[in-house]
Design a protein around this ligand. Structure first.
Ligand code: PEP
Ligand code: MG
Length: 883
């Protein structure tokens, strides 16, 4: 097996196509080398080596060590130095790099190869002792933390302590002699805490670092990140070992990160940050606040610190050309890392840039219009799930803004919540149903769970490319970073801003689009869905075959869904209409009635309410299809549960507590999900279905008159398993239809169909289709009944299943294509065999999940139906599936 691929000096063994083997970083380093760009030489250890390592009890594969040693000789030849050589030492960076980018989740070690001897050689060769010692102390810090496992705060404390003692503010103020002192303290603390000395042997250092990178694939934050992003643990990470170039070699050296377009807005302008006399981790860690790369962005930021464009015009010019070239080569916005060593530019990374949904839309539309990509590619460039971000509210421009601090607009959207100072508190509070803003000096990958739980993230340190900013943008969570005016005292739980002291639990609002921090809750505006969003949606709509409907029963939801582009209602859950106001009382009277007469009397009260609901829905949907489902849940769901509630309700409707309790007991079920619900109710109490049918037809007659558009109600019978069940209920519906349509004297077309939510219904679909004019797959119940897993209890163990690798995704979120999907496919085929024009749709939660939508397209369903906020997601996903 070939475990190692080399690159450098204008050629590479791999290329961009080798992403799975070399990881994203390794493949792109190879590609940049092949393009002749200035890339420090290096080698990539394959992801296969990492997989082997985990399959063999964390052992390195045979032959790896020799392959690395050989490759390092070649790297050294290109760089003109030798690894471990005391005179001309080759120094290395060791970085992770998986197939999918996992920013900051795994480990990196820089300046490897330094020891007490080589540091002197580096000092002599560079003529800069201070630089050599600065590099050495960085190496000890990183290696001590990442490989030896000593908390990095131990080093930070020593450094802060020394700086305070010496009266220095910045690291760059520390002199060579002072670094020497600090290094001595670092060495001492390692021996003291770990009982072993810092390793002086470069080979030992190298294998320690490679092992640490492999091991970091399984650290807690990487595992969490993979779960959040559906990245399989089986992929493993590659390791990139590369000759060091130094951004910390004095004032003609620098390091930075850049995006070829603005990652927040998508604007076609180079966007980035750099630090003079620094190493890469200084920019990303957000310890020093970086400077703008271009003059334009410096001016826009109102900064008086010079841009790279001004400071190092030559390197800047070359960099600009490379940015342009890489964007054209990859035909996508790139995220780049570079270092300038004494005026010479080096490229350290390129990858497709993470961007906000807004930026993704703008860049996709622009690139299509620039002719860089096609419209179909533009549609494919936007992650449907990310559209969710755009559906976030923003602050009402007329709202009063009580600004208490300002930082960088790191991730757009506005968020309000209670202050919490730790990620664990954030998770706890959210579990208790509260909304929180996570407030940190800076975030680290250990905060990932808290960042995910929080509505918004606020940091007092760090730039637009700090950890907090990058991760928040990826999550679509509003974020303000680097709000330097804040004094955060996490220990005492206070935040001081402009003389105001806030405590944990106080409410603040973040405006991630301006960088402002506001006191209290602030009025918000709903998002605007025009512009680039509208353009991509238009291109998507022109591409997709499936229709997208919504699951809605309230007028507000139906209107929202229309504005998001829903083409009808795919599921109106009528039981939701029975819970409001005095309706529940009429419902309870119906349930408590002793005989049919009493039930009919109570149902007569519900009829006008249902009718007016349906009229409104038909009017909002103006001629678009509306699928109304007959009452589904068991009756006891409508009755009170505790003794206190029973007493209260008994008084309200004028029956005795005994009678009510008795009825509650009678209706009790051991397994309500498989109990007296769905069409079983309609069979026991046909008068309920009849009342609902009457309300639907009367409303249809009325709405057809008021809108002038034909109304074609689709009446859906839930939880059918037997064709005979549907026969029975359909006969009742038809009888009511005949009566009302006859009386009204207008022609109303209607369909009667069924949900397919039981395996038996799927298997017997050919017979059911003799009666049903449409099928709607209720994949929530179909998943529950196919797996035999209760949808209400699944969360307690499905997480464990995911963690143990038994399942990759929650089948209640993403359709289980192999099992549940197979039933959907079989039922579709059988239904069509009986009734070729049968309408087929899906209305379970999966209707708004992009992967499930793709499956629906593949088996030719006519539509998907999902909650209003997912309608745009489904429209885009349906288009992508059709390409
Ligand atoms: C379903 O079961 O998928 C469905 C849409 O119905 P409900 O969620 O109301 O049971
Ligand atoms: Mg159901």
């Amino acid at each position: 097996t070939k475990w190692v691929y080399t690159f450098g000096d204008g050629q590479a063994e791999g290329s961009a196509g080798d992403r799975n083997l070399l990881g994203g970083k390794g493949a792109n380093l190879a590609e940049m080398c092949n393009l002749g760009l200035p890339v420090p030489p290096g080698l990539t250890i394959t992801t296969e080596a990492c997989v082997w390592y985990y399959e063999n009890g964390r052992k390195m594969p045979d032959g790896l060590e020799k392959a690395v040693t050989d490759a390092l000789i070649q790297v050294g030849e290109i760089a003109g130095r030798r690894f471990g050589d005391p005179e001309k030492p080759l120094l290395l960076s060791v970085r992770s790099g998986a197939r999918a980018s996992m920013p900051g989740m795994m480990d990196t070690v820089l300046n490897l190869g330094l020891n007490d001897a080589t540091v002197a050689a580096v000092a002599r060769a560079s003529g800069d002792e201070r630089f050599a010692l600065d590099s050495y102390r960085r190496f000890i810090q990183m290696y001590g933390d990442v490989v030896m496992g000593l908390d990095h705060e131990v080093f930070e404390e020593i450094l802060e302590d020394e700086k305070a003692r010496l009266g220095h503010e910045l690291d760059t103020d520390v002199s060579a002699a002072e670094w020497r002192e600090i290094i001595a303290r670092y060495m001492a603390v390692i021996e003291e805490e770990l009982g072993v000395p810092f390793p002086q042997d470069p080979h030992q250092q190298l294998w320690g670092a490679i092992g640490a990178v492999f091991a970091s694939w399984m650290n807690a934050r990487a595992i969490t990140y993979r779960q959040l992003h559906d990245i399989p643990a089986s992929w493993g990470t590659a390791v990139n070992v590369q000759a060091m170039v130094f951004g910390n070699l004095g004032d003609t050296s620098a390091t930075g990160v850049a995006f070829t377009r603005n990652p927040s807005t998508g604007a076609n302008e180079l966007y980035g940050e750099f630090l003079v006399n620094a190493q890469g981790e200084d920019v990303v860690a957000g310890i020093r606040t970086p400077q703008s790369i271009t003059e334009a962005s410096r001016i826009a930021a109102g900064s008086d610190r010079p841009s790279l464009e001004k400071l190092m015009p030559e390197a800047f010019g070359e960099f600009l050309g490379i940015c342009d070239r890489l964007e054209r080569h990859y035909r996508d916005m790139q995220d780049l890392e570079f270092t300038i060593e004494r005026g010479k530019l080096w490229m350290l990374q390129t990858r497709s840039g993470k961007r906000t949904a807004k930026a993704a839309l703008k860049a996709a539309v622009d690139m299509a219009e620039e002719g860089l990509i096609t419209r179909e590619e533009a549609v494919l460039r936007v992650d449907p799930a990310s559209l969710d971000q755009l559906l976030h509210p923003t602050i009402d421009p007329h709202a009063r803004r009580d600004v208490i601090a300002s930082g960088l607009p790191a991730s757009p959207g506005a968020a309000t919540g209670e202050i919490v100072f730790t990620s664990d508190e954030a998770v706890e509070a959210v579990k208790a149903g509260r909304k929180v803003i996570l407030v940190r000096v800076e975030t680290s990958p250990e905060d990932i769970h808290g960042m995910h739980a929080a509505e918004g993230i606020l940091t007092s340190r760090g730039g637009m490319t700090s950890h907090a900013a990058v991760v928040a943008r990826g999550m679509g969570t509003p974020c303000v970073s680097g709000a330097g005016g804040l004094r955060i005292d996490g220990r005492n739980g206070t935040l001081v801003a402009l003389g105001t002291t806030l405590k944990a639990g106080d409410v603040i609002t973040l405006d991630g689009s301006t960088g402002q921090v506001l006191k209290g809750a602030v009025a918000m505006l709903q998002p605007e869905l025009s512009g680039d969003f509208g353009q991509i949606m238009e291109w998507a709509d022109a591409t997709r075959r499936m229709k997208v409907r919504t699951n809605a029963e309230t007028p507000a939801d139906a209107r929202a869904a229309r504005s998001f582009g829903a083409e009808g209602i795919g599921l109106c859950r009528t039981e939701h209409m029975f819970f409001e106001g005095d309706r529940i009382t009429a419902m309870r009277e119906m349930i408590l009635a002793d005989a049919e007469d009493g039930r009919r009397a109570a149902l007569a009260k519900l009829l006008p309410m249902q009718r007016s609901d349906f009229i409104e829905l038909f009017e909002i949907m103006k001629g678009l299809p509306v699928t109304i489902r007959l009452l589904d849940p068991p009756l006891h769901e409508f009755l009170p549960k505790t003794d206190a509630e029973i007493a209260e309700v008994a008084g309200l409707i004028g029956v005795s507590v005994e009678k009510l309790s008795q009825r509650v007991d009678e209706l009790h079920e051991f397994n309500p999900m498989l109990g007296h619900r769905g069409c079983r109710l309609a069979i026991s109490y046909p008068e309920i279905a009849e009342m609902q049918a009457r309300a639907i037809f009367e409303a249809a007659v009325e709405a057809a008159k008021s809108t002038g558009a034909p109304v074609v109600p689709e009446i859906m019978v839930p939880l059918v398993g037997l064709r005979e069940e549907l026969d029975f209920v359909k006969a009742r519906i038809d009888a009511v239809a005949k009566e009302i349509i006859g009386e009204a004297g207008v022609g109303i077309e209607y369909l009667v169909g069924t949900m397919i939510e039981l395996p038996r219904a799927a298997i017997r679909a050919h017979a059911i289709a003799e009666v049903a004019e449409f099928f709607s797959f209720g994949t929530n119940d179909l998943t529950q009944t196919t797996f035999g897993i209760s949808r209400d209890d699944a969360s307690s163990f499905l997480m464990t299943y995911q963690q143990k690798g038994i399942i990759e995704q929650d089948p209640f979120v993403t359709l289980d294509i192999d099992g549940v999907g197979e039933l959907v496919r079989i039922a579709s085929e059988k239904g069509r065999a009986t009734r070729p024009d049968i309408k087929l749709g899906i209305c379970g939660e999966h209707g708004g999940d992009p992967a499930s939508v793709r499956f629906c397209e593949s088996i030719g369903l006519d539509y998907v139906s999902c909650s209003p906020f997912r309608v745009p997601i489904a429209r885009l996903a349906a288009a992508q599936a059709a390409i």
